[in-house]
Design a binder for this molecule. Structure first.
Ligand code: ADP
Length: 530
């Protein structure tokens, strides 16, 4: 999957930060950050939340690895530090989130990051064999920046880590007496960064971290467990998913630890960057439109059908799925429901995605089997994702689990009505078009609950039926969806409040003056885990 280029990316509209209270210093660490490099929603969040925090007055800096794809698209990224660790040396390059004042640090270790492929996999879709070394190095850099060992004369109050790639950093910092507070956000419990025990010694990790209260997980070393066990606060990207992951069905073996730390765990819904995802000003689409100018959406639909070789016409109803093609996302349910779904001659399906090679092949087969009715594009294509959002009538999100899900939040703004499984962030944000919600005018989409193709089929048919039989009601759903607001400013305010809870001994007006916080040992080191 090629990394996303910055060229052609919508310009952000600069807004001055408004500091209501003294700025917190926040170091934000993620393995992918839009628009530098993206494979999924983590990048969207890591590109947008820091900016929203900055606009709310925070002093936020972002750190990510300097992958080849990132460097290829940057004109200028001066070296601001060189760090020699026992295991590796690396440089810190500096750039900014485009069109903003938010500093971005790139961890430049060419032997680990200067290669083709995605941040996690080679070009054939295999995980890089040295991922533990790559992301341990990334965590070393995060630690060095957190403790100002990089010599940048800047020390964060809070380190905000994301997903397993950053998981070692909270553990390493927990061993320090003077350190920033740590927050660890889980974007997906299923990706854990678990490696054989030998990796633990190979990485030279401190022996006291090897225990069932620490990084050990069924005899493996687990990067995600490291973050979950040692960070001061745990968050995930929707309130429903925060509840779900404390249960065995969703906790991927770590639900016991999460129940034990439930008082430190909360969910904050991701937002949408409406500078990037808004049909009124989307540079990737042909005809801009909004809730009061829906004719533009019809034009985009015809154009999309033409581009993807579907039969053209307004009477067709276009269903779309934009997703990583993995078990999680339920593409298999869509493929199983397809023969029945397509018995309705008006239904068309578009799939944009990449991932599991078997699912890619099965999806491609469907396109060959139903020419003119099913269009499939395998690969990562940001511009096409925008055109599909603008041109489709409905978006399918039949996920088995969904930490937040962004495509359906985008689709709502584009009046592309979501048909979703009732789980995680999908359940939190889509209001089902049942009789009561339709009457109240609050319906924004369609829910189903069982993980079966029959349940998906029933929900999709319910949506298609309403689309064809009641244009007025359908428009009402579109309008309600388009008017929902999932602004990052709101999520940023929640994170800001959470960060400040972590600095209880500091009065808000003294935050700026204090460089470090002396934390007590994390609770799980003094309490037994369940
Ligand atoms: P996840 O992070 O689990 O992959 P999300 O719904 O949170 O799922 O975020 C997915 C993001 O990736 C969205 O911005 C979506 O538009 C984008 N995306 C997924 N697959 C593709 C693709 N093949 N081409 C372009 N964008 C994609």
């Amino acid at each position: 999957m090629p990394a996303k280029s910055i060229a052609g990316y919508p310009r952000r509209r600069a807004r001055k930060p408004h500091a209501k209270s003294p700025p917190l210093r926040i170091l934000f660490a993620a393995a992918e950050v839009q628009p530098f490099v993206k494979t999924g929603g983590l990048a969207d969040m890591a590109g947008a939340l820091p900016l929203a925090l900055h606009q709310a007055g925070g002093d936020v800096r972002v750190v990510l690895p300097a992958y080849r794809a990132v460097l290829q698209n940057l004109r200028d990224a001066p070296v601001v530090a060189t760090i020699m660790e026992t295991r590796h040396a690396f440089r810190i390059l500096q750039t900014r989130l485009p069109d903003t004042a938010v500093r971005v640090y790139l961890v430049d270790a060419p032997a680990l990051f200067d290669r083709a492929g995605t941040p996690y996999q080679d070009e054939r879709g295999h995980d890089w064999h040295d991922n533990p070394q790559r992301f341990a190095c990334f965590c070393d850099a995060i630690e060095a920046l957190s403790l100002d060992r990089a010599g940048l004369s800047w020390r964060p109050d809070v380190l905000h880590c994301n997903d397993w790639h950053t998981g070692l950093a909270p553990a390493r910092l927990a061993l320090q007496s003077q350190r920033p507070a740590t927050v660890f956000t889980v974007h997906n419990m299923a990706y854990q960064g678990n490696f054989p025990r030998e990796t633990f010694s190979a990485l030279g990790l401190p022996q006291q971290l090897w225990s069932s209260d620490g990084l050990e997980f069924h005899g493996m070393v687990s990067f995600i467990k490291s973050g979950l066990a040692f960070a001061d606060r745990l968050t995930t990207v929707s309130p429903a998913y925060a509840r779900e992951i404390t249960m065995p069905e969703y906790g991927c073996g770590l639900d016991g630890l999460l129940r034990h730390r439930a008082d430190r765990l909360s969910g904050t819904l991701n937002g949408v960057d409406y500078n990037v995802w808004d049909p009124r000003r989307d540079p990737f689409i042909d005809t801009p439109y909004g809730p009061d100018r829906l004719a533009g959406k019809r034009a985009n639909k015809l154009r999309l059908q033409e581009e993807l070789g579907l039969k053209q016409g307004r009477n067709f109803v276009v269903l779309a799925l934009i997703s990583r093609l993995t078990q999680q996302k339920g593409i298999d349910l869509v493929l199983a429901a397809l023969p029945e779904l397509l018995r309705d001659e008006t239904v068309q399906l578009i799939v944009l995605g990449s991932g599991d090679r078997g699912l890619e092949a099965a999806t491609g087969d469907a396109a060959r089997h139903y020419p003119g009715r099913v269009a499939v594009h395998i690969g990562h294509n940001e511009a096409l994702a925008h055109r599909i959002q603008a041109g489709a009538d409905m978006l399918l999100s039949p996920s088995r689990f969904e930490p937040c899900g962004l495509t359906h939040l985008y689709s709502m703004r584009y009046g592309t009505v979501p048909v979703v499984r009732n789980t995680g962030g999908l359940a939190d944000t889509v209001v089902d078009a049942n009789g009561e919600n339709l009457r109240a005018g609050t319906a924004t989409g369609f829910h189903f609950t069982d993980v079966t193709s029959a349940a998906l089929l029933k929900a999709a048919r319910r949506a298609v039926h309403l689309y064809h039989t009641d244009a007025r009601l359908w428009r009402r759903i579109m309008h309600a969806a388009m008017k929902r607001e999932f602004a990052w400013a709101h999520s940023a305010a929640t994170y800001d409040a959470l960060y400040r809870q972590l600095l209880p001994r500091l009065r808000p007006d003294t935050v700026r003056a204090v460089n470090t916080v002396d934390h007590a040992r994390p609770d799980h080191l003094t309490k037994p885990t369940s």
